[in-house]
Design a protein around this ligand. Structure first.
Ligand SMILES: NC(=O)c1ccc[n+]([C@@H]2O[C@H](COP(=O)([O-])OP(=O)(O)OC[C@H]3O[C@@H](n4cnc5c(N)ncnc54)[C@H](OP(=O)(O)O)[C@@H]3O)[C@@H](O)[C@H]2O)c1
Length: 330
């Protein structure tokens, strides 16, 4: 029997506009491994367990089932709509004029919501790949990042926000160089940024850049995404839960190394969005941020776990003529 966590006990972070959100969310990407139904069932369990932040996206292919889960949870008074923070993202093939509106209308219909709390540009270019694509899959129509193209997508988010369908805007998979180029042009600034973040890939410079500008960091792959799609795996990839610094701290607390990763992210501070289909694991992740914090010395030790190892390299988004995945991360 797993006891729920009191959502009141979960630390919160404040967005630039003043709203506070939980400092941990539940991811919803089944990594091409777990079916939409399995993921939706985990989301249902997570809400009952005390999660009050869900990280959704149209490309995860499960928003319709998560919508059913939400409707049931609201109907059964497990949670009120106003007490849960729900995000989604426009996929790369919906950046064109008028398409962002179509995308959010579908997301809202699928999730059965009147508006979305936060909406992200999932990737800063319109390069898409087929679901379940392999490592070497390439789309010949892919193009490099362009400020004009990005701003035309962002302006659509701004307009939709004006109409009340989005409460907070977010960017994802950005670099400092791209942010430097687009932030001065944004009428509505992003309040959130989603980026890969785990002990072996801390992105300190990007983290500092965002936090100095009051952009809240949402960290994806917080446990090093052991079940990520095959296309995102290489032999040199770091395994966060086996890093000696992480294991040392885990042993000191008598907990699984994954929980050290989650505690580290929250205490950094940032907002991790771990995913699991297993109740034992998603419940442990939530509970971990409510008890037994890491010490200052342990946080210092975990800084040394940095291996600068990006796991989601994004090579399937490369355009003709691009040399390697590093070109995506200028
Ligand atoms: N913006 C973007 O471009 C982007 C990219 C990637 C991901 N995301 C978001 O970030 C979320 C999280 O990323 P992710 O799912 O790739 O990586 P992750 O949360 O780092 O790793 C998930 C895996 O870790 C295992 N795990 C979780 N908690 C555990 C625990 N307490 N003990 C042991 N194992 C545990 C799970 O295995 P079991 O299922 O076996 O428990 C699960 O397969 C996604 O679901 C998605 O919402 C966003």
């Amino acid at each position: 029997m797993i006891y729920p966590v009191d959502p009141e006990k979960v630390p919160r972070v404040r967005l630039a506009s003043g709203r506070s959100i939980p400092s941990i969310g539940m991811g919803t990407f089944g990594s091409d491994k777990y079916s939409p139904a399995e993921t939706a069932e985990a989301v249902s369990g997570a809400i009952r367990c005390g999660y009050r932040f869900l990280d959704c996206a149209s490309v995860y292919g499960n928003e319709n089932l998560i919508g059913e889960v939400l409707a049931k949870a609201f109907r059964e008074r497990v949670v009120r709509f106003e007490d849960i923070f729900i995000t989604s993202k426009v996929w790369n093939d919906m950046h064109g004029r008028g398409k962002v509106h179509r995308s959010i209308v579908k997301t809202l219909a699928d999730l059965r919501l009147p508006y979305i709390d936060a909406y992200f540009v999932h990737w800063p270019f319109p390069n898409s790949h087929a679901p379940g694509a392999g490592r070497d899959a390439r789309n010949r129509k892919s193009v490099p990042f362009s400020v004009d193209r990005f701003m035309s997508t962002w302006q659509q988010l701004e307009e939709i926000s004006d109409r009340g369908l989005i409460r907070h805007l977010g960017m994802s998979n950005m670099t400092i160089k791209k942010l430097e180029a687009v932030l001065p042009l944004c009428r509505i600034k992003p309040e959130l940024i989603e980026m890969e973040q785990h002990p072996g890939f801390q992105q300190q410079a990007l983290y500092d850049y965002c936090t100095e500008r009051r952009i809240t960091v949402i960290g994806y792959c917080p446990n090093g995404s052991p079940n990520r799609p095959e296309r995102d795996k290489t032999p040199d990839d770091v395994v966060d839960t086996e890093l000696p610094e992480v294991v040392e701290v885990a042993n000191a607390h008598g907990i699984h190394p994954a929980l050290v990763c989650v505690k580290w992210a929250v205490q950094r501070p940032s907002v991790p969005i771990p995913f699991s289909v297993h109740e034992k694991n998603y419940a442990a992740n939530l509970r971990a941020v409510t008890e037994d914090p890491l010490t200052h010395d342990e946080m210092e030790l975990l800084k040394k776990a940095e291996r600068n190892c990006r796991l989601v390299k994004g090579q399937v988004f490369l355009w003709p003529g691009a040399k390697s995945w590093e070109d995506l991360w200028d």
